[in-house]
Design a protein around this ligand. Structure first.
Ligand code: DAH
Length: 354
C-alpha cells in the first residue's frame, strides 16, 4: 500500500509542477490551481484520502511525504504567480524534473571477508617487516615437493591427493622422465595445482640471497570433499624468515604477536610437536578459542635439506617458516562455523562483513 501511495504522490508532483510551469497566463494558472489545490475536488485533496488506506505502521512516512508534496506544490504555485507578475511567459525548458525527489540508492558492495582478512594480514605482517610475494598456482613438482624435502615415495605426492594437470608427458605424447632428480627443464616438468604455499619459500630463496623475511598469501588446492572444515580450494598465509641466529623463540614471538594483534584479545597460542618434511623441528600451531584449542596451521625451523636445495649454507643460516589457513583465521575472528559459507556468494552472509 505504501509503495502505491508514494508512487501516486510522485505522479501528482510531476503533473502539478508541469502544469504550473507551463501556465502562460493568469487564467491557465487559476485552472491549474483549482485542479491541484482546489478545496473540494483538487487532486491533492483526493490524494489525502488515499492516506487513510495506508497501513498504520507506514502512516508517519506517508504523511511526511504528503506534507512535503503539499509544500512543494504550493511553492510551485507561488513561483508561477511571481513569474507571471514579472511579465515572463511559461517555462518551456524540458520535461518536469523534480530535483527534490529522493533518488534511487545504489547498492554498494564491499570486499569479500577473505579478501579483507588477507589485506589485514598483509598490513599486520608488513609492520613486522615481512614483505609480500606472490607465487604461481600452477606449480611443478620441484617447488611443490622435491625442494621442500618431500621425496618421490612420500604419500603427500599421491596423485589421488593432488590436482595433477594433464601434461603432454602424462598424456603419453612425450617421453616419460625420471622425477626426483632436481629442477628439470620446463617441458619435462609434471605440473599440478599447488597444494601448499610453501612453494613460494623455494621460489624466493632460489632468487634471493639471505636474509629473507617474506609472507605469501594465496590459494591452494586439494581434492578434499567439501564439509564444514574442508574445501577443495582454500587460502594459506606462508611466512619465512632466514638470517643468522634465528631460533624457535623468534618463531613463537612472531606468531604470538600476530595472534594478539589480529584477534585483538588475549589469545593464547600453543605449539604441539609434529612433522613436516621441510621443517625440523616441526610444530602444529593452535590458538585458543572459546575455551578450546583450534589448529591454525604448521610451523618449524627450516630443514637443512631445504637450504641445500636452494643453495643456502645451513651451517651459516637458520630460519623459521609457518603456514596458516586464512579461512581458519577468518572463521575464528568472526565466529563462522562452516567454511562453505565463504564460497556460496550468498549476500545475506556476505553483507555481515561491511
Ligand atoms: N605447508 C603446510 C601445509 O599445507 C603448512 C606448513 C607447515 C607450512 C610448516 C610451513 C611450515 O611453512 O613450516 O600443511
Amino acid at each position: 500500500m505504501l509503495a502505491e501511495f508514494l508512487a501516486e504522490l510522485d505522479q501528482l508532483s510531476c503533473d502539478a509542477l508541469t502544469a504550473f510551469q507551463s501556465a502562460g497566463d493568469v487564467a491557465a494558472l487559476e485552472a491549474a490551481r483549482i485542479e491541484f489545490l482546489g478545496m473540494k475536488s483538487g487532486r491533492l485533496k483526493s490524494a489525502q484520502k488515499g492516506l487513510g488506506a495506508v497501513d498504520k505502521a507506514d502512516k508517519p512516512k506517508a504523511g511526511q511525504r504528503f506534507n512535503q508534496l503539499k509544500q512543494q506544490i504550493e511553492a510551485a504555485l507561488e513561483a508561477a504567480q511571481a513569474r507571471l507578475d514579472s511579465g515572463a511567459g511559461a517555462v518551456t525548458d524540458g520535461p518536469c524534473f523534480d530535483p527534490t525527489l529522493p533518488g534511487i540508492r545504489p547498492r554498494l558492495g564491499h570486499l569479500h571477508p577473505l579478501t579483507q582478512t588477507i589485506e589485514e594480514l598483509k598490513d599486520l605482517m608488513g609492520r613486522l617487516g615481512f614483505s609480500v610475494v606472490d607465487g604461481p598456482e600452477v606449480e611443478d613438482e620441484w617447488h611443490n615437493f622435491e625442494a621442500l624435502n618431500i621425496p618421490l615415495e612420500h604419500p603427500a605426492r599421491n596423485p589421488l591427493d593432488n590436482f595433477y594437470l594433464a601434461t603432454a608427458q602424462r598424456l603419453g605424447c612425450a617421453k616419460p622422465q625420471a622425477v626426483g632428480t632436481g629442477p628439470q627443464a620446463a617441458e619435462e616438468k609434471e605440473l599440478l595445482l599447488r597444494s601448499q604455499t610453501s612453494t613460494v619459500q623455494i621460489r624466493v630463496m632460489e632468487k634471493t640471497p639471505p636474509p629473507v623475511r617474506i609472507i605469501s598469501l594465496g590459494r591452494v588446492y586439494r581434492p578434499d570433499d567439501a564439509d564444514a572444515t574442508h574445501y577443495p580450494m582454500f587460502h594459506q598465509i606462508e611466512g619465512l624468515l632466514v638470517d643468522r641466529g634465528i631460533t624457535m623463540a623468534d618463531l613463537k614471538s612472531v606468531l604470538r604477536l600476530f595472534a594478539s594483534s589480529f584477534f585483538q584479545d588475549d589469545v593464547h597460542i600453543r605449539f604441539r610437536p609434529s612433522f613436516f618434511p621441510f621443517t625440523e623441528p616441526s610444530v602444529e600451531v593452535d590458538m585458543s578459542w572459546q575455551g578450546r584449542w583450534i589448529e591454525m596451521g604448521g610451523a618449524g625451523m627450516v630443514d637443512p635439506n631445504v637450504f641445500r636445495a636452494v643453495g643456502y649454507d645451513p651451517e651459516e643460516y637458520t630460519g623459521f617458516a609457518f603456514g596458516l589457513g586464512v579461512e581458519r583465521v577468518c572463521m575464528r575472528r568472526h565466529n563462522v562455523t562452516d567454511i562453505r559459507e565463504f564460497y556460496k556468494n550468498d549476500v545475506r552472509f556476505l553483507e555481515q562483513f561491511t
